[in-house]
Design a protein around this ligand. Structure first.
Ligand SMILES: *[C@@H]1O[C@H](CO)[C@@H](O)[C@H](O)[C@H]1NC(C)=O
Ligand SMILES: *[C@@H]1O[C@H](CO)[C@@H](O)[C@H](O)[C@H]1NC(C)=O
Ligand SMILES: *[C@@H]1O[C@H](CO)[C@@H](O)[C@H](O)[C@H]1NC(C)=O
Ligand SMILES: *[C@@H]1O[C@H](CO)[C@@H](O)[C@H](O)[C@H]1NC(C)=O
Length: 762
């Protein structure tokens, strides 16, 4: 019946010639549906049970795949679960497209740059805008409600082509990004945890960060991961996403971890995500993961066994078609019980219920008033510009920056990325509202001479260098915009070198050599480069890293160069020297190994030389930190709640065992004053790091927290850190258990250091 009505509406639209008029999304429970699963007055549990009880096995199986089938006899239309919204509503997934009166959506910077802002409220604000635009597009039938974003894998190796999608190399940073972005996407205005604005998904669980390196493919890669690294590096972002973000979904990855495909790993899915973390939502496979584990990894003897393995492990939804083809046979062969299929459907249908998909006419529901006018609003586009400004990192400045527009009659603008548009929005992108290229941004401030120097980032020849050198030799200042793009770093494309591609380095050096005025080098990229040559070149006055800065990136770059905005972004990853590439990308170990010379990874463990460090970033002003308050001594009483983890030979206790049932709510306050002692207002990131006692191969330094504050010139702000003693000061031992070590924990805040003695009283 509902279907006939749908056909009728469509015909009217066509007869009226109303091309591009959307009749709204196809949803169940419209018209006179009186099924209990449509009744908004019943609890979700009852509605879901009623719905599943009406489905045949064949119908159930068609709900286990991303392109979930229609059940016409119950008025349920098809639904595609796969949409993406990494940094703006994207059309990469089949559930969402642009067209008609929504030709594009606000395109924020690629995540690695947004992370560099270290501003939690910005991350949440972006999530809120993206979900508003997604709801608006859903209402006109262009978008889904389930988004497989964000990507919260640790950016473990600088060569990884998908590092650009992540918030960087630190688990605390990544966890905070995840929970804020997810809350921005999901939380409804009333913050009712049973309701979702849209559903987010943290991916790719877990230890997934090799795409295609030296013949090693993500589809067959077996990541050998220690329990220690899993517990203190790879899993924390997912844990934070589930516990703090209350995310509605987790996606398992392509790779194996220690021999087992993640989507078939009962400990990782059923045990950790669903058991320990209590995911309130569904677990989905990466696209064709189930097919991959059968056909490429040969993990199971038959397709039915593969299906049984993943369902028993805790998988609820297959991105792909494999489970749609083989699950019925698996049930009929007795390899998997139908009750497990029902449990998977409970998880997916409950998510759709929380989204209101079974509540009837979308126009009458919360967010039902949103439409095309709520996409690409001026306010949303302003936030995209602000996000780019907040993320940009100033790495070098000899005092020439910011440039004074009134002292420049014309500017030389050079480089393969100097006038790019699509490059600025990275991957998992949508169609932006509009672009401001760097050239267009700079042109707002001054006249300019543009010379590409190289046709593209591959920069295979120097035939265009002449024009660039000529422009630089005449102009009052030179801006070089170089770096990478999706042809050098991307999904399925890891790098093999950390140097600027092709002859870009020669272009930069030669231009710098002949420039009449100061030279500003702008690196547009996701991953880091070894740019030691530029760091050490006195002719290069300033260096900026601008990530892939989104639709308004060019305006943000110009605002920073001309001092309209005072930069305050900080690097979310270590910039390693080129010789780092001699380390196999496939070595997953975070910790160094002195026996083999393996240097370890990320600022927490890496022992080698760096080009730039995690957290680096300059400003046009100067800040001074003063420690106002921090304890010198923290005593933990051993009692029925706290037990000793490691006893020494003289029976004194060396470390307290941390589980989630004890050692809670022990807070330690650290207060810091930040004085802006320079000439400009600015936003400043205060990092609180600690160096734990050096036991169990503990990190040499780890981030406990960060705050971003705006401080006016001459002004002062107080920053308050509340440190959870057990959670934040604990370290993970070899077996993967968290312990709180007795002894000196050294705090670092900028140049300040403060030692806290942790003791146990009996
Ligand atoms: C810069 O890029 C824009 C947008 O793609 C294009 O319209 C413009 O012609 C380009 N400018 C130059 C000087 O190439
Ligand atoms: C810099 O310029 C000088 C003279 O103009 C030239 O001799 C030298 O080779 C140049 N160096 C580089 C790195 O281009
Ligand atoms: C026990 O030994 C540790 C070193 O292992 C030492 O620091 C501590 O003072 C000793 N405690 C007592 C009570 O002797
Ligand atoms: C953080 O981002 C928000 C949202 O854009 C902005 O309003 C705020 O000023 C930023 N905070 C700082 C300290 O810059």
């Amino acid at each position: 019946m509902e279907n006939l009505v749908g056909v009728f509406v469509l015909m009217v639209l066509i007869l009226n010639g109303a091309l591009f008029v959307h009749s709204g999304p196809a949803v169940p429970c419209t018209g006179q549906s009186s099924y209990p699963f449509c009744s908004t007055s019943l609890p979700f549990g009852d509605r879901v049970k009623d719905l599943i009880g009406r489905l045949t096995l064949q119908e159930k199986v068609q709900q286990l795949v991303n392109a979930a089938g229609a059940v016409p006899r119950l008025g349920i239309p098809a639904y595609n679960w796969w949409s993406e919204a990494l940094h703006g509503v994207s059309n990469v997934g089949p559930g969402t497209r642009f067209g008609g009166n929504v030709p594009g959506a606000t395109s924020f910077p690629q995540v690695i740059l947004t992370a560099a802002s270290f501003n939690e409220s910005l991350w949440r604000a972006i999530g809120q805008v993206v979900s508003t635009e997604a709801r608006a597009m859903y209402n006109v039938g262009l978008a889904g409600l389930t988004y497989w974003s964000p990507n919260v894998n640790i950016f473990r190796d600088p060569r990884w082509g998908r590092g650009q999608e992540t918030p960087g190399e630190d688990p605390v940073l990544t966890g905070k990004y995840a929970s804020n972005y997810v809350r921005g996407l999901q939380d409804t205005d009333g913050s009712d945890p049973n309701r979702l604005k849209v559903a987010a998904c943290c991916k790719h669980y877990t230890a997934y960060d090799v795409d295609n390196w030296n013949g090693v493919q993500r589809y067959t890669f077996d990541a050998k991961v220690t329990q220690q690294d899993l517990e203190d590096t790879f899993n924390p972002p997912f844990k934070s996403c589930v516990l703090d973000g209350n995310v509605a979904s987790v996606m398992c990855s392509y790779n194996k971890v220690n021999g087992v495909p993640t989507c078939a790993d009962k400990d990782l899915l059923g045990g950790t995500v669903r058991g320990e973390w209590q995911l309130n939502g569904y677990i989905v496979s990466d696209c064709d993961s189930v097919d991959v584990l059968y056909n490429a990894q040969h993990y199971a003897p038959t397709p039915e066994d593969a299906v049984a393995d993943v369902i028993k492990a805790g998988l609820d939804l297959d991105c792909g078609s494999f489970m749609g083809k083989h699950t019925e046979a698996a049930v009929n062969a007795g390899k998997v019980d139908e009750s497990l299929i029902d449990q998977a459907l409970v998880n997916t249908f409950t998510t759709l219920m929380r989204l209101g998909w079974f509540d009837g006419d979308p126009a009458k529901q919360p967010y039902g008033n949103l439409g095309p006018n709520d996409v690409c609003t001026e306010q949303h586009q302003e936030l995209a510009l602000d996000a780019a400004r907040q993320g940009i990192v100033l790495l070098k400045n000899d005092g020439s920056l910011p440039l004074a527009a009134n002292k420049i009659s014309f500017l030389a603008v050079i480089g393969p990325n100097a006038n790019v548009s699509k490059v600025m929005i990275g991957n998992y992108e949508g169609i932006p509202c509009k672009y401001t290229t760097p050239l267009q941004g700079l042109l707002k401030y001054t006249s300019l001479l543009y010379a590409q120097g190289c046709t593209n980032v591959a920069c295979t020849g120097n035939d265009l260098f002449g024009g660039a050198l000529q422009a630089a030799s005449k102009a009052d200042a030179t801006v070089l915009i170089v770096g990478g793009d999706q042809s050098t770093e991307a999904e399925s494309r890891d790098r093999t070198s950390l140097l600027l591609p092709g002859q870009q380095q020669q272009l930069v050096s030669q231009v710098a050599n002949v420039s009449k005025g100061p030279v500003v080098l702008v690196i547009m990229s996701g991953g880091p480069f070894d740019i030691s040559f530029a760091k050490d070149d006195d002719k290069i006055a300033g260096i900026l890293w601008v990530g892939y800065p989104g639709q308004a990136g060019g305006a943000a770059i110009a605002d920073v160069i001309f001092g309209q905005y005072n930069p305050g972004g900080r690097l979310p990853v270590t910039w390693y020297p080129q010789d780092f590439v001699k380390i196999p990308m496939t070595n997953m170990n975070m910790r160094p190994d002195p026996a083999t010379g393996y240097p370890g990874r990320t600022y927490r463990f890496y022992t080698g030389k760096t080009v730039y460090m995690f957290g680096d970033g300059l400003s046009y002003t100067n800040y001074k930190h003063t420690l106002v308050h921090a304890p010198k001594l923290v005593s933990l009483p051993l009692d029925d709640k706290l037990s000793c983890a490691h006893k020494t030979s003289n029976f004194s206790c060396e470390a307290v065992r941390i589980t989630h049932t004890n050692c809670q709510n022990m807070q330690m306050d650290v207060h810091v004053d930040v004085n802006n002692i320079g000439p400009r207002d600015g936003s400043h990131v205060i990092f609180l790091f600690s160096t734990p006692p050096s036991k169990h191969h503990a990190p040499k330094k780890q981030l406990l927290g960060f705050h971003k504050v705006h401080v006016t010139s001459g002004g002062r702000e107080r920053v308050r850190f509340s440190v959870d003693v057990c959670k934040d000061l604990s370290i993970v031992d070899k077996a993967g258990n968290r312990n709180l070590p007795v002894g000196s924990h050294l705090l670092h805040i900028g140049d300040l250091q403060h030692s806290i003695s942790l003791q146990i009283t009996n």
